[in-house]
Design a protein. Sequence first.
Length: 374
Amino acid sequence: MKIKLLAALAGGFLIAGAAFAQSLDIVASIKDDMVAVEGSTFSMGSFGNETNETPVHEVSVNDFYMLSTEVTQSQYKAIMGVNYSRFRGQDRPVEEVSWYDAVVFCNKLSILAGYEPVYSLEGSTNPDEWGDIPRIDASDADKARWNSIEWDDEADGFRLPTEAEWEFAAKGGVEAEEETLYSGSDVITDVAWNADTPDGETHNVAGKEPNALGLYDMTGNVWEWVWDWYGNYHTVDNVNPKGASADVTGRKMRRGGSIKSDAVFCRNANRASSVPELRGVDLGFRIVRSAFDGFAAEDEEDASLSESDFEEDDETPDFEADIESESEESEESDVEPEEDDEDTPLISIDLDEDDGVVVNVDEDGVLDSIGIEK
């Protein structure tokens, strides 16, 4: 019975190890899929459409990196451990995520990637210390607390784009030869899954044509949360604007339209908003990183990380130490201690040279080994 228990624990370690390795793979793939967006000054907004898109005004944004696709369900689950999406598919965009969910994802991903988390709540950048993510039925006090999340301008981690960064990138940035109505085309079916799509479901990311920057699904598929609180445009102080303050409307911006949106709501300049705790079947997000020192320096840094960060070391990896600590906590909380058992064998768990798990059982002075393959 004891051997079975330890074998189960060892199996749990292997599963945890596989999940951790998958998370590292996801981090590496996300880094590879970040597109360099050269900053510039552009005309934001539009005339002759929704009143909240006016006035057209000049806005400047700095260089940044943006994920070429919306965050997928496989990426989200690898980092968050859950996937509540209705339209399931590893390469479909994650949906049923609130603005709060997206912010937590950004910080968790940053920590895994070795970057400094951008967001903090009551001084902590560790989302595990923030408490439960508020849902629609959460108390007003709990929502107000989460609405106080702050952004560290100097942190180099992953974050949500600002509304200005999002529109600049959707329009193709400095790479666009001409401005288009949707992201990459004036013909919506070229670049988007929207309400005209017969099945009414989300589709795998990058299934349509990209825009001039190589960004997919900026139009349609799912709405994309951005950082800004909703408010009217201003014509001054528009260098890297971050939107209104929270007490103006209590709603966060979302951009790009979705599978449920008519074409008019999928335009690059269209603005929509929702309360940050809302989860919906057409609500997702994509992520960015600031490029503080220019693209060349950032690329060299990432290349250095990819070559050295995951090499084998003679010392025990931190991950094994974490697993040992977690196993001790698990045994303390989940396994009842046995009383008056003088025959309890001495058991240890080791890794062989091929990283296979070996359970050593010393019962009555006789040492036996049980190997457990990956």
